[in-house]
Design a protein around this ligand. Sequence first.
Ligand code: ADP
Ligand code: MG
Length: 664
Amino acid sequence: MPSNPESPVSAHALGLPVTQVRGVGPERAALLGRLGIVTVEDLLWHRPRRLEDRRALLPISRLALGEPATVCGTIMASGVKWFRQRTRSVFEFVLDDGTGRLHCRWWNLPMLERVFRPGDVVLVFGKPNSLRPRQMDRPETERFEGEDDPTVHLRRIVPVHGATEGLTPRTMRTLVWNALEQFGPALEPDGWDGNKPGAHPDGQPWPERRKALRDLHFPGEMADAERARERFAAEEFLRLQREIRRRRESLARAFAAPRCPGDNRLMRPFLARLGFALTDAQSRVLRDIRKDVGGVVPMRRLLQGDVGSGKTVVAACAAVMALEAGHDVVVMAPTEILARQLGAAFHRWLGPFGVGVGLHAGGRCDASGGDGPRVTVGTHALLEADVDLGKPGLLVIDEQHKFGVSQRESLLRKAGHTHLLVMTATPIPRTLGLTLYGDLDISVLDAMPAGRQPVRTHVRDASALPKVWEFVRGELAAGRQAYVVCPRVEESGDDDVRAVLKEFDAVKAAMEPWACALVHGRMASAERDAAMEAFRSGAAPLLVATQVIEVGVDVSAASVIVVMSAERFGLAQLHQLRGRVGRGLAASHCILVADAKTDAAQARLDVMARTRDGFEIAEEDFRLRGPGELLGHAQSGMPSFRFGDLGRDLALMRWARDQARSGG
Ligand code: ADP
Ligand code: MG
């Protein structure tokens, strides 16, 4: 393409093949291709793995044990030692910088002898594992070569890019430097609209693109690099949030939901009969919902509330609004137990007013009540083709995190994209919420109903079990109830059933003569119902279960939960399980019987013992395990970011959401 040498290199330059960069021939282009770097733009935005401050190198004499550091010196001696009949070897060189000596060692890489020679000047980055003699094992190294431009590699903060075969971090650095030199200064100002005055989350403008690119790789100060990262992360987040906004707008254009303004005809008597007053948090959330369902733009609202915060009654109130306007309501729950429990609550609350409540779970279908608008509760069985949902005015999905996004979409498609309320007790980290559920408005139930006793958490090892059982007996004798939870390793494996049965026998023996019910995922539903009913009614004050009881089960007389092998549960799960108790007026206890073999397991248990705040637990879980495990299958559709970091960019993600929503 002919180009005018006077004009700045415009946007098209970024799309040029990477071979346009000085130093990139066909061979290197192929290697770069393996890193996904095809164009000049790909190379410029290739994020370094880390930055290294080489403005002032540490003298070897000042190395500290276990502290990562970069030193530079000359190789005084090197060699390979062989042992075990020449099947094992160690290569070592001794580096001297005039202040001291450092031994660097590599096992079973004898070919390094041909790479490093006495007299070579080498930069070494690593952690000393001994100081007498000073020694590093497998440090990162960078050898100086005559033709290199030292201004690129020394006396500045330099990028260290992930190496790949044939491309050392040093080569990558040179290529990125060349790309910045050739294309950087000539790049047009980007004119990115996210960077307009007054738009920034902290009032500080981000660096302009040209500067940000340079700072990403060769910043003057470490803080400049972070600022540059933030700027590019902000771009990623804003792009995502605008996409989310476009989706919302097209939803509003494509579908109209029935107006459910509510005339309080049913609401007033319903609330009067409830037996308790709504909390302020519940009333506030209901005002949000009332505003949404009063209009024709389909509601898309996520209700987040810790276990026991009283989401069910909020859903019932929302249902009442739809029923008053003459529309059916469909409620979907992730497990049969939960669907039955919800069905029973709706029946208890709404039945007296002649509202029919139907149940679709586990192949059975019960219906009751008159011929006015009705409530249908079920599991994902509701999605089956032969179930007719009619044209409901409101959909409720309880424990949304147990469903995938695709199930939510299936339900919406089947029920005609009407008002939707999804509820979750897993307080997901807020950044993740904005990312995954960015297309939802979020309401939070941030206060518990009054009179709740905090749950005390105890971590015990298996040797303390006799004492644990003694304690549980005491609780039962005082008229309270208890759960014993055993982990289920795999979905419905026979071995796990055996394990639960064994545990069941052990608990039964330990707790004689108290009656003990058993619930696990592979029971026939009639059997399971009978067991749940025995527990609910108090006939069996003790329930042994797998984590099928994890979500939602509500028995307020239960004051103790014993979790066996607690180290095998995730934080979010433990938090859910703990939420099964502390629902009544008695002081409650969560006993985690654990054998924490790893630090990570111990860290999880410590978090549980330390805090009851669901948000804090979620953020910790996120930090300890990353988003993948936390969200399980619900993570499908999780966007990935090159610069954005969901662990720490909450303010930035909020900013992007607000920008996008206010039309920015
Ligand atoms: P979750 O948010 O975990 O689904 P639930 O809806 O199961 O919690 O509510 C837990 C318990 O608290 C239930 O027994 C429910 O009836 C009760 N509850 C809900 N709201 C209130 C309130 N405002 N005052 C007293 N008890 C309440
Ligand atoms: Mg619930």
